[in-house]
Design a protein around this ligand. Sequence first.
Ligand SMILES: [Zn+2]
Length: 230
Amino acid sequence: MKTMTPEQLTGQVQTHLTEFAPNRLLHSDIVADFTALQQAAQQQGFTLHIASAFRSFERQRLIWNRKYSGEVTILDHNEEPIDLGKTTEIEKLYQILHWSALPSASRHHWGTDMDVYDPTLLPQGQSLQLQKSEYTEGGYFFDLTQWLIENIEKFGFYLPYQKDQGGVAQEPWHISYFPLAEKFLSQLELDLISDTLMSHSVLGKSLIQQELPTIYKQYICNVSPRSSFS
Ligand SMILES: [Zn+2]
């Protein structure tokens, strides 16, 4: 069984990764299967590109702190900006968690997970938003979504955020390499997340610490099951 070090699991080092494309780092053991998936997609006319693969602890920490400080707008579940004057600290924490992972607990730290799209399906002049409306019925990536749902499991991948299960938002663009990610999730223990957060400058970390058992269960471990993996 593949074991990751605590630093690899929490995105603090890159020793488990290979540069698949410029700025697109993948876990070294998934490159062959991702390439096969990409080739199968191409045969069906889809150009499968990676918008984001590995993301470091430091990058996730900056994303988190910008939201927590209010520097970047926080959205509610309906994608409307929240009014920080009318929001308690704990409500704010959970609104952020709907859209953004805790630094140290992002699946993007592992190199097994990535956000995908097809640049050839984007309307001219339109940049990628990574919003649900692009991937669901009526959106320009809807056919790609359907193809992924039907085919990615043959290559070891699945969609951990296919549905909103009361934790992380629905993210039809986020794919994950199940055989490794399943193991890494079980290795990512609550104490490791807690220790990593407490030893870095992460806004809200005392409150996070207090809420961590709930966060761990509802946001970190609460992923969609594979639909037909065998
Ligand atoms: Zn993602």
